[in-house]
Design a protein around this ligand. Sequence first.
Ligand SMILES: Nc1ncnc2c1ncn2[C@@H]1O[C@H](COP(=O)(O)OP(=O)(O)OP(=O)(O)O)[C@@H](O)[C@H]1O
Length: 293
Amino acid sequence: MKKAMLIVNPSSGKEEALDHVEKIEKILFDKGYDVNVAQTEKELDATLYCQNACKDEFDLVVSLGGDGTLHETINGMVDQKHRPLLGIIPLGTVNDFARALDIPLDVEKAIDILKSNRAKEVDIGRFNDQYFVNIVAAGAIAEATYEVKPQQKTKFGPLAYIMEGMKTISNNSSYPIRIEYDGKVWEGGSFLFLAALTNSAGGFEKLSPEAKVNDGKIHCYVVTQVNMIRLASIVSAILRGELKNEKDVEYFKADHIKLSSEENLVTNVDGEEGDSLPVELSVLPSHIRVVVE
Ligand SMILES: Nc1ncnc2c1ncn2[C@@H]1O[C@H](COP(=O)(O)OP(=O)(O)OP(=O)(O)O)[C@@H](O)[C@H]1O
């Protein structure tokens, strides 16, 4: 019999993950799986459970949670020799990775996808000694995203990030950064640096439309400066999916990036606090397989 592990975070989003376990168990049982249910209690449990599933050669791991749980689950499989197929049930408040893979945000519809026999290969990003699936951001606005409270995200969605970000515009300007990428160098002032593997971050589905989940590239956007007047134009460009064409935005794609600054700049990695600069990013092309419609 094939083996599946459900990694369930009961605290994600509206705290409904456990309500869906029985239905998923039945679907997978009908597909010939023996199902283990592993409930997370704290940070990094999902990583540990997924590592065990890889070592025990499970065929499928399903993450029931938000982007945090998914990020931890994927971090548990990236380094492993045997990497199970990944199923995603989006139960968080934002669910960027599900958006990028066209997995419905409607839970019942997402569960039905587990009946599918289709899988898509997906790139994984390496960020120093950890991994990311959506985006790395660096700059004051990245720091501001830590200030966004779960209640704000639920109430305002992606707008919550803009509201926090606007505060940083009144507080400071840009920082000097140096980007070494694929043998080239870009140096200059940056208000915000983004390195995207997928189109969606912070719930903005058109933030980086150039980034396809398995194109083997990191798509970089440097917003060199911004002020209150330019902000409306940049936000509008983000909503239209045209950030790269905006004045004061540099765009390039690369396989390998070294990012540094004379200033102490923090990063945000898939929505969580990451290492301060300098950092190194690269791509593991088509490294995992995800169940899709
Ligand atoms: N039983 C638990 N109680 C509280 N926190 C938990 C538990 N299990 C895991 N966690 C932690 O909760 C974090 C957040 O989970 P997750 O991202 O899935 O939900 P969310 O924050 O509601 O969603 P989103 O990231 O979309 O806002 C995980 O990164 C994990 O470290």
